[in-house]
Design a protein around this ligand. Structure first.
Ligand SMILES: Cc1ncc(COP(=O)(O)O)c(C=O)c1O
Length: 458
């Protein structure tokens, strides 16, 4: 197959739809979302992936057989991998370890090489993802460091494509744009374009709590950065390309509010966006509702939610992170990740086969299951080692029943037991079984306890 022609997929980048939000209270305003999720790589970053590669080819920094290197929260990597791999380049990406598995798998599937690095260290630390990428770019021969944080082709891509599209799609009638800041390419590109055509346009910043951007734009002061779970936006430093001159409002949005708004957007409008889309929507709605005169407001669905199915749209993950509200009891039921009363316990029956038990464990990513009769009466527990016992001699053991391999003399703890008793139970084996006169409540593993302790830290 010839690969010297321009790959057709590149023509699909940009010209994304703009849709009006109709199922939320937007006060006196009209709110539109630009669906950047419709780009072929699934995010707004396809635009800059294309622009930075085209520009580097033009000015000779990227030559045939060369390698593209970048530090990326995932989406820029996807954009660069989409364009770079289609054009036949090697693509090497450094990704912080909080990024969703779906993004990393997508990158690898496109043939990019992914280096995972720490997300808990800041600029200047040798493991900081941008510093790791800069180092790799020096070490790899014929490497082009895309460097979205300092590359003028990044804001230029938005000035030349995203901004004029919005201008045309709103029929030259737009009062405010709500954006997040990662590299600040979007903010800066839009600011430059609209200063020329609509100088009164207000840029509104949507920033995760913990990021330094919102406070810096309000007061010019740098706060100590915190941490946040939203991906792609929020910064612990001010990117060199950031143009904050049109920012008139800045909203700091919690992870909880961001994730909740992403989920609401799917339920209300059928639009599946990522976590940062929730941040932008929450800020946009606050801005809209605060207005006293009608305004036309644009924001973004920055990337597709399909790459966050295991996070934002996964109740178990949301619960582990403390991002979903659950009824608190003030006892060990608060530590149980999958409560029986919520219908979340993954279990097997005594007559199920060991194969069924094993498949359920794999599907739910757990190492043990309670064995319940009629889906409610606890008669035992089965774990991986129970299944493995005897299996090596004869794999047909998979056909045996759960009751033949389970532990039926189960030690239980009442929900009213204290933390020391829970700890002692966990020290004795894999899992604590919480049950008392009111019935079976669920299991507690060490991971559940760690998640619980981490939640109480926040
Ligand atoms: C996932 C994601 N990546 C990137 C951006 C924008 O980033 P940048 O400031 O790098 O243009 C956004 C938000 O607008 C985003 O949601």
């Amino acid at each position: 197959m010839p690969n010297d022609s321009r790959p057709a997929v590149l023509e699909l980048i940009g010209n994304t739809p703009l849709v009006r939000v109709s199922r939320f209270d937007t006060g006196p305003c009209t709110l539109f979302l630009k669906l950047e999720s419709q780009n072929p790589g699934g995010s707004i970053k396809d635009r800059i992936g294309l622009a930075m590669i085209d520009e580097a080819e033009r000015d000779g920094r990227l030559k045939s057989g060369g390698t593209i290197v970048e530090a990326t929260a995932g989406n820029t990597g996807l954009g660069l991998a989409l364009v770079g791999r289609a054009k036949g380049y090697r693509v090497v990406l450094v990704v912080p370890d909080k990024m969703s598995t779906e993004k990393v798998l997508h990158l690898k599937a496109m043939g990019a090489e992914v280096h995972i690095t720490r997300s808990d260290v800041g600029k200047g630390h040798p493991d900081y993802y941008q510093d790791v990428a800069a180092r790799l770019a020096l070490e790899i021969p014929d490497a082009f460091f895309a460097d979205q944080f300092n590359n003028p082709a990044n804001p230029l891509a938005h000035e030349c494509s995203t901004a004029p599209e919005i201008w045309a799609q709103t029929q030259h009638d737009v009062d405010a744009i709500v954006v997040g800041v990662g590299s600040a390419g979007t903010l800066t590109g839009l600011t430059r374009f609209f200063k020329r055509v609509q100088p009164n346009l207000e840029m509104v910043l949507a920033d995760p709590i913990g990021s330094v951007m919102a406070e810096y734009s309000r007061s010019g002061t740098m706060q100590t950065p915190g941490s946040w779970a939203v991906e792609g936006i929020g910064e612990d430093f001010i990117p060199s390309i950031a143009d904050l001159s049109s920012v008139r409002h800045a909203y700091s949005i919690s992870d909880e509010e961001s994730f909740d708004h992403a989920r609401q957007l799917l339920r209300a409008e059928g639009i599946l966006g990522g976590s940062s889309t929730g941040t932008l929507l929450a800020a946009a709605l606050r801005y809209c509702r605060e207005q006293t005169t009608p305004k036309r407001v644009v924001s973004f669905v920055c990337d597709t939610g399909t790459r966050y199915l295991s996070k934002v749209y996964n109740d178990q993950w949301m619960n582990d992170q403390g991002l979903l509200k659950r009824k608190p009891y003030g006892d060990l039921r608060d530590v149980i990740a999958r409560r029986f009363e919520d219908g979340r316990v993954i279990s097997v029956g005594p007559d199920d086969t060991l194969l069924t038990a094993f498949q359920r464990m794999r599907l739910a990513d757990v190492s043990q299951l309670p064995v319940l009769v009629d889906g409610k009466k606890l008669v035992g527990v089965i774990d991986e080692s129970d299944i493995l016992l005897g299996m090596q001699e004869d794999p047909s053991h998979f056909r045996l029943t759960v009751s033949s391999a389970m532990t039926d003399k189960v030690q239980t703890l009442p929900a009213s037991a204290n933390m020391a008793e829970l700890q002692a139970e966990l020290d004795r084996g894999l899992v604590a079984i919480i049950a008392d006169a009111s019935g079976f409540h669920g299991l507690i593993t060490r991971v559940d306890l760690l998640n619980h302790l981490r939640r109480s830290l926040a």
